[in-house]
Design a protein around this ligand. Structure first.
Ligand SMILES: [Zn+2]
Ligand SMILES: [Zn+2]
Length: 392
């Protein structure tokens, strides 16, 4: 099954849609223009139902096959995320972001467009038997929009047997697909450490309790959490990304705050690491006579785990579109994370990567989604539904 003619013919239109989304990026839970445009297009395509406002700004398009609605066993869900990032675009493109400080640097503009491309084709052909749910999710970038949709009754209102996700992947050729069974993306969360000392004149350290060397000692000690406290065969990352201290050259600050992130493929290991962070920070603070407190963020993205059978199925779908030589199974997992993991905890699921050529990396200010992907991605989505829910 190569690319369907109607999808190939829509390439210019999909590029236009993608670049329009790129021009108008919106942050998590603020995707009002984006979700409004999506809902409008799905309705114009003749979708059987379009539900908005799910988990904030989420949209579900409901499309029945030729023989009417399917029950849970004959329904699948396809997911695209919609949000942009709070960063300044450095590209000089005609379609560059028109909103200062906000940018589609993760290609979610492309994810939305690939799914809309499939929606348009499938609304015309309906070459499947059952129901396909087109899920447009808010706030993937740290806002756990997937969780918000689930808590808003997603799977009760739109019962389905499996869920599928896709992310573009810079550094691999356009028209290639990459996947693995089992864990593919890491679990992630954040922590912050506050160190309270006693500020004062920089020339009188003996009258102060300086939290700066205390913070420095904690940063050093954090380097031993993974190297000394975790199994070398279990991947883990602890990175300190923030060190906030004083504002003046001649003032010892009262307080230092540190921030960082933890990544693993194992929730139990995740908890062990946080316990060690707390122990080190607390006792080092005490040794420096500072008051130390550690806060673990409530935002936790579990590891994304691909179901074995669904992965085999999705790889076959990809092979049918781009040929065996362009589909790569058994890729290395990455320490990045995705809130698609919340869907994968509820249903058998597969999250696949689609090549994005030699663009800048994800979250880079010069990143851009490759528009040639729109056709490949839309074709993958359509073929997936047609194979998962074959016409009798
Ligand atoms: Zn991202
Ligand atoms: Zn992303």
């Amino acid at each position: 099954m190569p690319v369907a003619n109607s999808i190939a013919d829509a390439a210019a239109q999909l590029t236009e849609w993608r670049q329009d989304f790129h021009r108008h990026p919106e942050l998590g839970y603020q995707e009002h223009r984006t979700s409004g445009t999506i809902a409008e297009r799905l309705r114009a395509m003749g979708f059987d139902a379009v539900e908005t406002g799910i988990g904030g700004t989420g949209v579900i398009g409901v499309l029945h096959g030729r023989n009417g609605p399917g029950d849970e066993a004959h329904s699948v869900m396809l997911r695209a995320d919609m949000d942009a990032l709070p960063m300044q675009e450095m590209n000089d493109l005609a379609h560059k972001s028109q909103t200062d400080g906000t940018m589609h640097a993760c290609g979610h503009d492309g994810h939305v467009t690939m799914l809309l491309g499939a929606a348009q084709h499938m609304a015309q052909t309906r070459a499947f038997d059952g129901t396909a749910y087109f899920c447009f999710q808010p706030a993937e970038e740290g806002g756990a929009g997937a969780k918000a949709m689930i808590e808003d009754g997603l799977f009760d209102r739109f019962p389905c047997r499996s869920v599928y996700g896709m992310h573009n992947w810079p550094g691999t050729p356009v028209g290639s697909f990459h996947c693995r069974s089992g864990p593919i993306l890491a679990a992630a969360d954040e922590f912050s450490i506050t160190l309270k000392g006693l500020g004062g004149h920089a020339a009188k350290p003996e009258a102060c309790i300086d939290p700066v060397p205390c913070g420095a000692a904690i940063v050093q000690a954090m380097q031993t959490v993974v190297s000394r406290r975790t199994d070398p065969l279990s991947p883990a990352v602890v990175t300190i990304t923030q060190f906030k201290a004083g504002d003046a050259f001649n003032v010892i600050p009262d307080t230092v705050t540190l921030g960082g992130t933890v990544r693993t493929f194992d929730t139990a290991l995740h908890n062990t690491i946080h316990a060690q962070i707390e122990r080190l920070a607390g006792q080092i603070a005490a040794a420096h006579e500072c008051e130390g407190s550690v806060e673990r963020s409530k935002k936790f993205y579990p590891e994304t785990v691909n179901d074995a059978a669904e992965t085999a199925f999705c790889l076959d779908v990809a092979r049918s579109i781009v040929g065996t030589e362009n589909v790569h199974d058994g890729i290395e997992p990455t320490m990045g994370s995705e809130d698609f993991s919340f869907f994968a905890l509820q249903k058998p699921a597969c999250f696949i990567m689609i090549g994005n050529g030699d663009s800048a990396g994800l979250h880079h200010p010069e990143y851009d989604f490759d528009d040639a992907n729109c056709v490949w991605g839309a074709s993958y989505w359509s073929a997936l539904v047609e194979k998962a829910l074959p016409l009798k």
